[in-house]
Design a binder for this molecule. Structure first.
Ligand code: B12
Ligand code: SF4
Ligand code: SF4
Length: 412
């Protein structure tokens, strides 16, 4: 329970008592009104979890010990803080979990080759010869300020209702095991692909949390795991990043390799990245719970089904769905900043994105990319130079095998 529609449960709470025993106030509708307010602010789901130790903390520790966090040092550094939300807000008693949906088109996944190019989509720039793919969540403005803005409005509302209560709005960057608390708040189950999945909303949403010292009646944890015998995500992952169901080795995940990893991507992992420039959606696109979500929103006569834009509070920008890797390779620090500073793509910085663009071009394997790659071999950044040299080598190998076209004459 707890997600979608607010319910009129018997609880509702005020932090009127200082005793350690939870005492729920006589205001029966506070929790319901918090939820109604969250939905009003554009969140798709809302639920309340008790602020106790995270259920998955031992799992998280074991995951770190197995080396699955790779170079994400911040996860190690603030590991202990993830045990309890008290590390974020002293005296916290309730964690209001919300989900904010993002859009993006439904894609089929074929490997990018010189022969096939990549998948077709209406949003590709027809003038560009090559296309590099951006994960759906990054096809809009950076979601963090949007999420914080909405959570802060929810906080202001709560503080007006319950004078003196304290709050902290967090998403992604704070030491909170968000999926764990979302499951506890009834928002959905954690799937074999490790995503938090809701039976009607699928998994294409961001999570956020409003921590408060106001005691609100918690929702029931989501009661089941609806993956059954399905293994679609495990089979579809191009890098075999799941050592076992429900466990992701981030060091193999394209999302980690293209976004979080600052150094060179290990050569043996470059091939499987295909045409992914930033992030990856494959283990979500193949999930039947996301397909159901999309087909419900399909309009009669639509050839390319889209999630219902009326339901998506964070709509995608079609200009960011596919990017031209050649154009990217030509961007200097200033125009890179201008174009991406306010988007999620800024996270990988120019170094990461140009590195990824070179790798995508190497995977496409078309000789028309050679002039841009040769120029990138003179870039001041060693990581970009290394990726460009690798891509050139790949393309030449293809040419030697007769699999790639020679460069087009200038102006063609
Ligand atoms: C580090 C990180 C990554 C890493 C590692 C991902 C991973 N699976 O661990 C990388 C860079 C690979 C990544 C990728 C992506 N991420 Co990310 N990521 C995070 C971050 C910052 C921390 C996650 C973390 O702690 N991982 C460590 C593992 C061990 O934790 P966990 O996966 O959450 O697992 C918990 C539960 O599964 C549970 N659990 C699992 N098994 C069991 C078993 C038992 C017995 C129990 C009790 C519990 C339990 O316990 C674990 C610990 O709490 C969170 C934000 C946050 N603060 O939580 C976003 C977050 C998880 N990411 C998010 C997104 C959107 C993505 C991508 C889809 C982006 C993209 N398109 O490229 C991909 C998805 C890849 C995937 N299949 O997970 C969203 C997920 C929303 C959702 N619906 O689930 C989050 C919540 C960010 C946000 N605020 O919206 N991410
Ligand atoms: S995001 Fe892509 S690479 Fe990462 S686990 Fe999912 S399918 Fe595999
Ligand atoms: S694809 Fe299948 S196994 Fe994977 S998360 Fe979705 S339902 Fe679960």
């Amino acid at each position: 329970m707890g997600c979608g529609e607010p319910e009129e449960e018997g609880g509702g709470a005020l932090p009127t008592s200082t005793s350690s025993q939870p005492t729920f106030s006589s205001q029966p509708t506070l929790a319901a009104r918090v939820k109604a307010q969250a939905l009003e602010l554009g969140f798709a789901l809302v639920g309340i979890a008790p602020a106790t130790e995270a259920d998955g903390f031992a799992h998280f520790r074991a995951w770190l010990e197995r080396g699955y966090a790779g170079e994400m040092a911040y996860l190690h550094k603030r590991a202990e803080a993830r045990r309890h939300p008290e590390s974020i807000l002293a005296g916290v008693r309730s964690v209001i979990m919300v989900a904010m949906e993002y859009g993006g088109s439904v894609q089929t996944h074929k490997p990018a080759t010189a022969a096939s190019g990549s998948v077709t989509t209406s949003a590709r720039n027809a003038a560009a010869p090559f296309h590099a793919r951006v994960a759906k969540y990054a096809q809009g403005p950076d979601y963090h300020p949007v999420m914080w803005g909405r959570l802060n409005r929810l906080a202001a509302w709560l503080e007006a209702e319950v004078p003196g209560c304290r709050t902290a709005a967090v998403t992604d960057t704070a030491p909170l095991l968000e999926r764990d608390f979302a499951r506890r708040a009834g928002l959905g189950w954690i799937g074999k692909n490790t995503m938090l999945i809701h039976p009607r909303r699928g998994s294409f949403f961001f999570l956020g949390a409003l921590l408060t010292d106001c005691l609100l009646p918690p929702d029931e944890p989501f009661p089941a795991v609806h993956c059954g015998t399905c293994t679609a995500c495990l089979k579809a992952c191009p890098t075999q990043a799941f050592p076992e169901p429900f466990v992701l080795d981030a060091t193999r995940c394209i999302s980690y390799l293209t976004i979080e990893l600052r150094s060179a991507i290990p050569p043996e992992q470059r091939d499987a990245i295909g045409d992914w420039l930033f992030g990856c959606d494959i283990c979500q696109d193949v999930c039947p719970w996301n397909r159901r979500r999309v087909s419900r929103a399909q309009r009669p006569g639509q050839t390319h089904p889209q999630p219902d834009q009326h339901e998506v509070a964070f709509p995608p920008d079609p200009q960011l769905e596919w990017l031209d890797p050649i154009e990217l390779l030509q961007s200097d620090a200033d125009n890179f900043r201008q174009r991406f500073k306010k988007t999620s793509l800024w996270r990988s910085r120019r170094r990461g994105l140009l590195r990824n663009a070179a790798i995508v071009l190497g995977n496409i394997g078309d000789a028309r990319a050679l002039p841009a790659l040769e120029k990138a071999c003179c870039d001041a950044d060693e990581v970009i130079r290394d990726a460009a040299a690798w891509a050139i080598e790949r393309i030449r190998q293809r040419m030697a095998k007769g699999e790639s076209r020679a460069p087009a004459p200038p102006g063609a």
